[in-house]
Design a binder for this molecule. Structure first.
Ligand code: UDX
Length: 476
């Protein structure tokens, strides 16, 4: 009697833009799909692949665990020693867009085996849709930003057409924007994505972000790392353009429910300094503020010093991530660190180059997060129920911080406040003491809803199952 041979698992190509915040989220998705039995090829930039393998060799942890998992690399078009953080990151985006299309096509034809059944590409690479269509491969987008930031990006063209841009100087910053549906009552000029601050609405960054986002309906579906209880009303508006949305976040919580013994805290291009966990273990419950600016934001030395003074003057305990490339002008003022800062840090503070952030946020000693409002950090804070001080820098962070402060009531939005030690001191005290009560209920509530969404029968869990089924149906 002939035995039924099970069909081979669907093969999915996952392709992030080369930024850590994106690579992290895409790796989490890749792990969730691998656990469901799908075969994954993860396409990394050569530069990022080198960084992921250099320290903890993040990549081999996936390939050892999942036999069908492979990494492939592609150039981002820049020399390996070209800077890629701070404002230099824009150059990466423009470069990827110009060099990648023929390379991707060639790889899909000649190099990636077995043939790919479905592409999940970063929703910032419309060229991937062109390549996929040419080769007849279904493609789904994954936008790693919040739904609210996505929607603001999506509406930038309407804002420009309505004459609401450019912003006319500092005094114009509090003007309400009328052409982002769902946000008319609270979205000010200063809350628009940072690229909207350009004097010329035809600036190449505005054009890039706008056109890439507007291309989203061309993909067969749109995956978002968010959950319905957090961003339901905005998701309904996005659905009028992109009907097939899979909200499957928060991804890190989703991983914990589906892969309890899985890998955690793979969030890095730097070696994780776990000594901060031992330091946290020694601190009293709910006394520490965690300070971190994600993977690409840079601060001037002057701002770092003001922040440092403010943290020490606040008299609160603090754990601060000072990435090796955090300071933009390292060679600037080399004057001695004031004794007060050295002593204050020794008594109440701890600094690391890179922390296991998700674990830190869930540590019982931590009770607040000073963040740049990158979406991964924001979601990780939501999951851990930590109130936030938002000090956004660029892109989506301006929108995220407005939602944290004004809509979700999960923290204080400090956007456009200059780094001044007195302001830092007061804000830290506000979050940790004076205004703490304002946030406790909403942070607890949202954390519970986040976990509910990824548990059995929750909205994100059902959407992930639907995504897996849809991919399976593409391979038959
Ligand atoms: C970028 C953009 O800046 C951000 O606005 C966008 O939403 C995503 O892409 P990034 O600046 O790195 O990301 O910020 P974020 O999205 O917050 O991601 C940072 C990641 O690094 C988080 O997952 C965080 O857990 C991790 N991290 C950060 C660590 O694991 N350790 C650290 O010490 C610091």
């Amino acid at each position: 009697m002939e035995q039924d041979i099970p069909p081979p698992p669907p093969h999915v190509l996952i392709f992030p833009i080369p930024a850590l915040g994106h690579v992290n989220s895409m790796l989490k998705l890749a792990e969730l799909l691998s656990v469901a039995g799908l075969r994954i090829t993860f396409l990394n930039s050569e530069y990022n692949h080198d960084r992921l393998t250099r320290h903890a060799d993040v990549c081999s942890r996936y390939t050892h665990r999942f036999p069908g998992f492979q990494f492939k690399t592609i150039t981002d078009g820049l020399p390996m020693d070209h800077p890629r953080v701070g404002h230099k990151f824009d150059e990466v985006l423009h470069s990827v867009k110009s060099v990648t299309p023929p390379l991707l096509k060639q790889m899909l034809i000649d190099d990636i085996k077995p043939p790919v059944d479905c592409i999940i590409s970063d929703g910032f690479m419309s060229f991937a849709v062109d390549v996929a269509n040419e080769l007849g491969i279904p493609i789904i987008y994954f936008r790693t930003i919040s739904a609210c930031a996505f929607w603001a990006y999506f509406c930038v063209r309407d804002i420009i057409d309505a004459g609401e841009l450019p912003i006319k100087g500092k005094e114009d910053m509090d003007r309400l924007i009328k052409n982002v549906p769902g946000m008319e009552t609270f979205l000010r000029c200063r809350d628009l994505p940072s690229f909207c601050r350009a004097e010329d609405p035809l600036d190449r960054n505005i054009q890039l972000f706008m056109s890439e986002t507007r291309s989203s309906p061309r993909a067969q579906g749109l995956i978002l790392n968010t959950f319905d209880d957090l961003e339901g009303p905005i998701l309904s508006l996005i659905r009028t353009h992109c009907p097939n949305i899979y909200t499957i976040g928060p991804l890190q919580a989703h991983l914990k429910t589906r892969v309890p013994s899985g890998m955690q805290s793979t969030n890095g291009f730097w070696e994780v300094d776990r000594s901060c966990m031992a330091w946290l273990d020694k601190q009293p419950p709910k006394t520490v503020i965690y300070v971190s600016y994600g993977s690409i934001t840079m601060l001037s030395r002057e701002d770092v010093m003001e922040l440092w003074h403010g943290l020490v003057d606040s008299n609160k305990r603090f754990l601060w991530v000072v990435r090796p490339d955090l300071i933009s002008d390292r060679d600037g003022d080399q004057s001695q660190i004031p004794e007060k800062l050295v002593v204050g840090t020794k008594e109440r503070g701890y600094m690391v180059g890179w922390a296991p952030q998700e674990e830190v946020l869930e540590h019982q000693a931590v009770s607040g997060f000073l963040t740049h409002s990158g979406w991964n950090s924001t979601l990780e804070s939501v999951v851990a129920g930590q109130p936030m001080i938002c000090w956004p820098f660029f892109a989506d962070q301006q929108v995220n911080s407005r939602f944290v402060g004004q809509v979700w009531k999960l923290g204080l939005d400090m956007k456009d406040h200059v780094y001044d030690r007195k302001v830092v001191e007061k804000t830290v005290n506000d979050l940790m003491v004076e205004k703490r009560e304002e946030f406790v209920e909403s942070t607890d509530r949202m954390s519970k809803l986040a976990w509910k969404s990824v548990s059995d029968g929750g909205s994100s869990s059902c959407n992930l199952d639907r995504l897996i089924e849809d991919i399976r149906s593409m391979s038959v």
